[in-house]
Write a protein that binds this ligand. Sequence first.
Ligand SMILES: Cc1cc2nc3c(=O)[nH]c(=O)nc-3n(C[C@H](O)[C@H](O)[C@H](O)COP(=O)(O)O)c2cc1C
Length: 451
Amino acid sequence: MTAQRQLHLGAILEGVGTDQHSWRDPDLAGDASIDIDWYIRNAQLAEEAKFDLVFIVDSPFITPDTAPHFLNRLEPLTLLSAVATQTRRIGLVGTLTTSYWEPYNVARQFGSLDHISRGRAGWNVVTTGLEGAAQNYGREEHFLHADRYERAHEFVDVVRGLWDSYEDDAFPRDKAAGLFLDKAKQHRLDHKGKHFSVAGPLALTRSRQGQPVIFQAGDSSEGRDLGAAIADGTFAASQDIEAGRRYYADLKSRAAALGRHPDHIVVMPGLFPVIADTDEEAQAIARSQQEALDIGKLLVQLGRAFNYHDFRQYDLDAPFPDLSGVTLNSYKGHAERIIADARENRLTLREAATRHGQWRSGFVGSPETIADEIERWFVNRAADGFNLRVTRPAEFALFRERVVPILQKRGLFRTDYTADTLRGHLGLPVPLHRHAPHPAEAPHDLVEAAE
Ligand SMILES: Cc1cc2nc3c(=O)[nH]c(=O)nc-3n(C[C@H](O)[C@H](O)[C@H](O)COP(=O)(O)O)c2cc1C
């Protein structure tokens, strides 16, 4: 991968938007988040532009103040199964939490999506920030942050074990001999751990890419340790290139310390560009979007990192409030960054809400400028690629039609697919089977698949 390092692009399909403002875009249908045709159409557009993957974010708790997309949306695995049948090449990554599911279900669902899509499935592993989720799953209290991550490690371990329930040649399906299964090649897991007890086997073979690709999103130290241990890719929250470089180096060195090849974790920060024909126009659009922001809604978004703490109770123009009594059990990594930034830069609450109550975009300008900035992050190892937010139609069109061709012309991004699995797009090897760990025994031709 180092010799021909290629940029990776994902499209976060988020309907009417996970911010508080995009839904008012006149070109965006109000029901985009629950319209399967909207997802299919945008996945097909991303595929025409040769994106690596589409990405579906999710979380199992809302309030009346939650951002519009989250208020009313389709469940990720169900919608990705529909998208799978209407696309051919693009990867399909869905978010599911390790805090409120069972590994057996998750292994089965993503294993099925991997077969339905013929090797294009990915699972974004999250531990869930919002405490209210507990009460949707029969618990009074949310798991503590440290416990969530401890469960997540074991959860993923179990899921991966279940995915290897059958060796790749377990089914001779020899009609003449009457031999459907070679029983020696079916394996129970017999896992008994601190959090889960799962016997297995799972009633599903591996797909063409061996196992679904694993993404991870969560930025605290515990989150990074999880990503370093289990992830093939991370959805990063880096807000500027310096923070991006620090995150990239830190994550990859944590992975290397665990004996992993650093190229086998693809770092993809979120990308929220403002694009126009010229830099001046883009700056003007960014300014007017900024002026249209409603401070009340920014305070709600700011509060989300602190489990929807109500910031409306404080003076907007006083220094950022002392939150020592407020829980950091929610989006801990994000919350800690906000507190540190407010302290270091002596921010008022208004300033903190403006900075952190929205995804800030350092990517504002003409297509050429956006491509320059992407290249700068890529070359300086702040990113291996980006997850582009897809909500406003004109913005997505400009990116596909104007930015992607520049990246292609510079040799940074593919002009056509060279693989047909998500692992293949990302330049990741097929994981060896734990019960038959010799590549020669695996029927895959993608072990060395690279772009
Ligand atoms: C960039 C990014 C994206 C995330 N996306 C989701 C998501 O879609 N659903 C979810 O439940 N949690 C999501 N999370 C939250 C994490 O999984 C985790 O539950 C929470 O952030 C606490 O972990 P942390 O303190 O390690 O960041 C995301 C976190 C980050 C940093």
